[in-house]
Unconditional design. Sequence first.
Length: 153
Amino acid sequence: MSTAPLPDLVKTVIVPARPDRAFAVFVEEVGAWWPLAGFSVGGASSSVAFERDPDGRATHLVETLADRGTAVWGAVTRWDPPHALAFTWHPGERADAATRVEVTFTPDGDATAVVLTHSGWEARADGEGARTRYDTGWELVLKPFAEHAGSSR
């Protein structure tokens, strides 16, 4: 495990939709825009969705594999629609090695500034390497999100 805290990784994307729509696309349509071929446990034949409790609050981000098995990517720790969402993050890893992801949705004219902050790298044995990989990875994930949110208005 890393002992020295590593800086948070922060990524911002401007989405051509209002915050309520951007939040809904992020949560409700994650399976339509998430690039599973390159960023998943099971590959392109999988699906991903936020599981919900009976009140509609997201509880977990879960990938369903082709064999119908599941891989929990994380547990929702903050649910504040349409302003923010936070969750632990450990796709393909043990839950005790989870990092943290927070996504905020702030009005920016007719658009929304979506800021993703990934922190808690010290929980991982490969914290510095993981942070480096996610620096590019989150950009490749957020791009299709922004495109999908803009085209599904």
